[in-house]
Design a binder for this molecule. Sequence first.
Ligand code: FE
Length: 200
Amino acid sequence: MSDPDRTSRRDFLRTGALAATGLALAADDAFAQEALAPTPACHGGDQPTPRQTEGPYFTPRSPERASLIEPGMNGRAIELAGFVLTRACKPVARALLDFWQADVTGEYDNRGFRLRGHQFTDAQGIYRLKTIVPAPYPGRTPHIHVKVQAPSGRVLTTQLYFPDQPGNRSDGLFRPELLLRVAPTGEGLAGRFDFVLDQS
Ligand code: FE
């Protein structure tokens, strides 16, 4: 099992290494063409990413890690990736991203740090997070919480949503501007979202 896994992971990372110019994060052609434009999806003067409530389940001081997947964890794997940008489309290096989410049963780990982790964008302003698709829980469509902060910048707290979820229509917090672009890959799903911070 480890071989195909590792191969896919390597492929993903190698494809990702081309990202500085092409951001072809996934092998899937349709996804690459549709979702992964050669430059960040930002046009200067773009609206900043909308803020959303933190909710009751944030835990500070999460571990630094790019994968939240742990041995024995159930759920459909997804690798999120994208830029952190300013309104002027400048990639933000060393931006902090702190993610937290429910598991495949809709539960948060409020004692430990399961499905919680922070990381920093690289020199190109790119982040990558390997995790699972969270389940809905009462009143909420599936979502991933995140705080994003440029070095010494203001914290953007928001949530990311998944396309084609029935709960998106009934969840009052859902906003289409916060939808991930999701496509299947060999080993799971790839999701793309670029954050635009409210700074020039
Ligand atoms: Fe939540």
